[in-house]
Design a protein around this ligand. Structure first.
Ligand SMILES: [Mg+2]
Length: 215
């Protein structure tokens, strides 16, 4: 989800030149997660709203090939502004579908320690409630959400958490994390197809296979 102009994301320039090896055997305590675009299929709500509120009936999620929605959605900026605000408001946040398999893997992970989420949202309350609804077997105290308000400072939070791996859908955030020694795991989405340098996963079951599940 973008709320700012990020024209450089769609440029032809390489995002990060040195490919990172695919991690295996990730310990549960070493990983944290972005929420929108990774756990929550937030952009599906954006597309649904675009279709119903603004008659963009041909729009599909796979048309969102760029993180900067202003560059890939065929609508005036004020319409896109409105759609972003609607998508992120409390009512619509609570109605966001989850990515398939996310709840199962996260519930299992919670058996090893608190779940850590870092979001660039400014106001985390509604997405925290959404997570609590998604993960009814996980105690609320084991769902830790840090809202940075800015994707570019996620690395500070991750450093404090002491985690090494971060599952993220925004390419620029992956690049910044890699530069600081973290291992970003890119969750495949239509808007991050240029990120060949990062380990990419296509599903939560694939992530499940990268984790070291100790008995
Ligand atoms: Mg995201």
């Amino acid at each position: 989800m973008t709320t700012r102009m990020e024209s450089h994301i769609c440029s032809a320039a390489p995002i990060y030149e040195k490919p990172l090896e695919r991690p295996v055997g990730i310990r549960p305590r070493d990983i944290a997660f972005d929420i929108d675009g990774v756990v929550a299929d937030t952009m599906q709500v954006f597309v649904d709203l675009a279709r119903t509120r603004y008659g963009l009936t041909h729009l599909r999620k796979d048309h969102l090939i760029c993180y900067n929605l202003y560059q890939c959605v065929p609508a005036p900026a004020h319409v896109i502004d409105d759609l972003i605000c609607l998508t992120l408001d409390d009512d619509h946040t609570l109605r966001v579908p989850a990515m398939e398999g996310a709840a199962e893997v996260l519930t299992r992970l919670a058996g090893y320690g608190p779940l850590r989420f870092v979001t660039a949202r400014i106001w985390p309350e509604s997405i925290v409630r959404w997570l609590e609804g998604l993960l009814p077997e996980v105690p609320a105290g084991s769902i830790q959400v840090t809202a940075t308000g800015d994707p570019e400072v996620k690395h500070r939070v991750l450093k404090e958490m002491g985690v090494r791996y971060f599952v993220e859908d925004r390419l620029e955030t992956c690049r910044l994390l890699a530069q600081r020694g973290f291992v970003p795991i890119l969750f495949d989405q239509p808007w991050n197809q240029e990120g060949a340098s990062f380990p990419r996963i296509y599903s939560w079951s694939e992530l499940n296979d990268l984790l070291a599940w100790e008995d």
